[in-house]
Design a protein around this ligand. Sequence first.
Ligand SMILES: Nc1ncnc2c1ncn2[C@@H]1O[C@H](COP(=O)(O)OP(=O)(O)OP(=O)(O)O)[C@@H](O)[C@H]1O
Ligand SMILES: [Mg+2]
Length: 166
Amino acid sequence: MAALHEHDKHAFFLPDEAALSAFGSAWAAHLQAPLLVCLNGDLGAGKTTFVRGILRGLGYTGAVKSPTYTLVETYRLPETAVNHFDLYRFQSPEEWQDAGLDDLFTEHALNFIEWAKLGGDYVPDADVLIQFTHHENGRLLHFDAQTPAGQNCLTALPNNIGGDVV
Ligand SMILES: Nc1ncnc2c1ncn2[C@@H]1O[C@H](COP(=O)(O)OP(=O)(O)OP(=O)(O)O)[C@@H](O)[C@H]1O
Ligand SMILES: [Mg+2]
């Protein structure tokens, strides 16, 4: 695909958990299925917190647990299904196929994957990559669109949906 312009990269600073969660909630309104967002970053970098915020923004009020042990948690919402994957415990990329995870990538699905690199080439191409890093006592998020669909959902970001642009 054509090279994306520099303005397709966005960075935000979220000083605490509440800010990160609220940022996810605000972004949720701009997400359109089908979509794949890969969340990269160290243990405790805020990936699950962010997905929890997105689910809150989509109106889900129940518990949002880390899928570290279950591999994937699916949330069925009125207009979409949210699949939240965590591949942290993968011993080999083939586990993606063994678990039949491709079947969850329907046209109505919003997909979020933590530790996607452990799925190797089995993981479909992401529309958006988000890099989470620790910064001071908060977190930095770098967004990177990889496809036109990814670019679409990032257009809301410069308008400051919350979070400090860095
Ligand atoms: N913006 C923030 N600033 C400071 N602390 C935060 C922020 N966001 C989340 N935290 C805290 O950091 C931790 C992040 O945990 P979380 O489970 O979201 O990380 P994760 O990236 O999903 O880790 P893992 O790779 O282990 O699944 C939580 O303890 C949360 O309270
Ligand atoms: Mg997590």
